[in-house]
Design a protein around this ligand. Structure first.
Ligand SMILES: Nc1nc2c(ncn2[C@@H]2O[C@H](COP(=O)(O)OP(=O)(O)O)[C@@H](O)[C@H]2O)c(=O)[nH]1
Ligand SMILES: [Mg+2]
Length: 439
C-alpha cells in the first residue's frame, strides 16, 4: 500500500486575541524546514527551545519552539509548535511566513483528522477531544477525558475481539470444510454471541445518560398563568431574566437560561401559562410551551398554593405524568400535605427544590465513564446488536458458516466503524497470527 503524500498545514492553536501566549502549529513534511528557516537553528526534537523568529532578517518574535519528529507527535507527522507572545499580529505574521515557505492554512479539525489517519487516535477519541474542548462543566470534562483515554473504545474493542474469535474459527471451518473439521461448536459460538449482545446492549443503555451529560438537560417550567413560573426561573438563575407581573399571560415566548445542576448544564425554560386564550399570540405561546415540555428532560409543574389546584391543572397534569408538581406562594397558603411547596418571598422550599433537582440529575442523567455520547456512536452499536441478533437467528436455523459469517462481519464492522478501525486485515491477523493450523 502506498502512503499518500501529505502537505504541510499551519494554524493557530489558541484563540486569536490578546493573551500571554499564543500557539501556532505546523504539521507535515516541511514543518521542520520552515522552523529552521525562520529560527536559523534546528532545535533538538521534543526539547522546548528559545528561538528568535526572523522574516527577511527582521526580528518577528522570541518564542519557544518544540519540534516533534514523525511518528512521535500528536498527528504522527513531523510537527512544530511555536509558543509566541499572545498577539494577533504576531500569530498572523508567523502564519503568513509559514505559508510563504510552503505551508497552507489548515482546515477545521485537520490536525486531529491527521492523528486519526495515522492511527494516533481512534474516532471516539477524536470526538472526545472536541467534547473536552466544549465541556461547560467539570463532569462533562471528566466524561470526555475518560473517553479520550479509551474508556469507550476499550469496551467496543473487547466485544469486537470476541466476535473476531468466532469469525476466525468459522472461516477456518470453511477453509477446511472438505475435511469436515469444526473449529468451534455451534453452541459455543452462540453463547459468545449472546454475551456480546448483552455487552453491546449494556453499551446502548449508556446512551441516554451519555447524551444528557454531553449536551446538558432541559427543564421546562409549566403551569397556569400567574402560578409564579417566571418568578421561579428568575430565582433559580439569580437575575431578572423573565418579566414578572401580576397580570396573567405576561410570558408568551419561551425564556431560556442555563444553570448548573448536579454537575450538568441545565437549560431552564420559562413558558407561557397554560390556558385557553382568545389572544392569538398567547395561544402560540401555549403551543410552544407544550412542545418544549414534550422535548424536555424534566418538567416542573407549578401550582399556586393560594389559588389551589384547578380542573385545568388536573387536565394538564394528565398529559404530563412524569411532571414534578410544586406548589408556589406558600407564604400565602400552605401546600397540600406531602407536596413540595416553595415561596420566592420567604425562600421556603427553594433549597429543598435545588437539592432534589441535584439528586435527580445525578441519579438519572449523569453518565458513567465509557458511555456512548453521540448519535453516530449509538447507531454503530445499534447496528451491531441488530446484526448479532440476525446471527443468532441464522445459527438457530442451522444455516451454513457462510450465512452466519455475513451477519457476524456486519456486527464486527459496525463496531469497527464506531472507533474507525477497519476490519478485513485485522481478521486475517487474528486468523494467521493467533490461530495457526498445523503448527
Ligand atoms: N406571595 C408570593 N407571590 C409570588 C410568588 N411567586 C410569584 N408571585 C407573584 O405572582 C405573580 C405572578 O408571577 P409570575 O412569575 O409572573 O407568574 P407566571 O405567570 O407563572 O410566570 C407576580 O405578581 C409575582 O410577584 C411567591 O412565592 N409568593
Ligand atoms: Mg411568566
Amino acid at each position: 500500500m502506498s502512503v499518500p503524500a501529505i502537505d504541510t498545514i499551519v494554524a493557530p492553536a489558541t484563540p486569536i486575541g490578546r493573551s500571554a501566549l499564543a500557539i501556532v502549529r505546523i504539521d507535515g513534511p516541511l514543518s521542520g524546514a520552515i522552523l529552521s528557516q525562520l529560527a536559523s537553528v534546528t532545535p533538538q526534537p521534543r526539547v522546548a527551545t528559545l528561538v528568535r523568529l526572523r522574516q527577511n532578517s527582521q526580528l518577528v518574535d522570541q518564542c519557544i519552539a518544540t519540534r516533534f519528529e514523525a511518528p512521535h507527535s500528536f498527528t504522527g507527522n513531523d510537527l512544530v509548535e511555536l509558543t509566541l507572545h499572545g498577539s494577533a499580529v504576531l500569530v498572523e505574521r508567523v502564519i503568513r511566513a509559514a505559508v510563504d515557505l510552503g505551508a497552507r492554512l489548515a482546515e477545521p479539525g485537520e490536525f486531529t483528522e491527521r492523528a486519526v489517519l495515522n492511527g494516533k487516535l481512534d474516532l471516539v477519541q477524536a470526538e472526545s477531544i472536541a467534547d473536552l474542548i466544549n465541556a461547560r462543566t467539570e463532569l462533562q470534562a471528566n466524561l470526555s477525558i475518560a473517553n479520550l483515554e479509551g474508556s469507550l473504545s476499550r469496551k467496543a474493542a473487547t466485544i469486537r475481539e470476541s466476535l473476531l474469535h468466532v469469525i476466525s474459527r468459522l472461516e477456518a471451518a470453511l477453509d477446511f470444510s472438505e475435511e469436515g473439521y469444526t473449529f468451534i461448536e455451534r453452541g459455543q459460538a452462540r453463547s459468545i454471541i449472546e454475551s456480546a449482545i448483552r455487552d453491546a446492549e449494556g453499551l446502548l443503555d449508556t446512551y441516554r445518560r451519555g447524551r444528557a451529560t454531553r449536551e446538558g438537560l432541559s427543564a421546562v417550567i409549566l403551569g397556569r398563568p400567574n402560578a409564579g413560573k417566571s418568578t421561579l426561573l428568575n430565582r433559580l438563575v439569580g437575575t431578572d431574566r423573565a418579566i414578572v407581573t401580576p397580570i396573567p399571560g405576561t410570558t408568551r415566548d419561551i425564556v431560556r437560561e442555563t444553570i448548573e445542576i448536579g454537575g450538568l448544564p441545565v437549560t431552564l425554560a420559562d413558558t407561557a401559562g397554560l390556558r385557553d386564550s382568545s389572544d392569538a399570540v398567547e395561544s402560540i405561546g401555549v403551543e410552544r410551551a407544550r412542545r418544549a415540555a414534550e422535548a424536555g428532560d424534566v418538567i416542573l409543574y407549578l401550582i399556586d398554593a393560594a389559588a389551589g389546584i384547578t380542573q385545568e391543572d388536573r387536565r394538564e397534569l394528565e398529559r404530563w405524568p412524569d411532571a414534578w408538581v410544586l406548589y408556589s406562594k406558600v407564604d400565602l397558603a400552605p401546600a397540600p400535605a406531602g407536596a413540595l411547596g416553595i415561596s420566592v418571598v420567604n425562600e421556603r422550599g427553594i433549597d429543598q427544590l435545588l437539592v432534589r433537582l441535584d439528586a435527580l440529575v445525578r441519579e438519572r442523567f449523569v453518565a458513567p465513564e465509557g458511555s456512548l455520547v453521540n448519535e453516530r456512536q449509538r447507531q454503530a452499536v445499534a447496528e451491531c446488536v441488530e446484526a448479532l441478533r440476525a446471527t443468532i437467528a441464522s445459527i438457530d436455523a442451522g444455516h451454513d458458516e457462510e450465512i452466519i459469517l455475513v451477519d457476524l462481519y456486519r456486527a464486527a464492522t459496525a463496531l469497527g466503524l464506531l472507533t474507525g478501525v477497519i476490519t478485513r486485515e485485522e481478521i486475517f491477523d487474528e486468523i494467521f497470527s493467533k490461530f495457526c493450523i498445523g503448527k
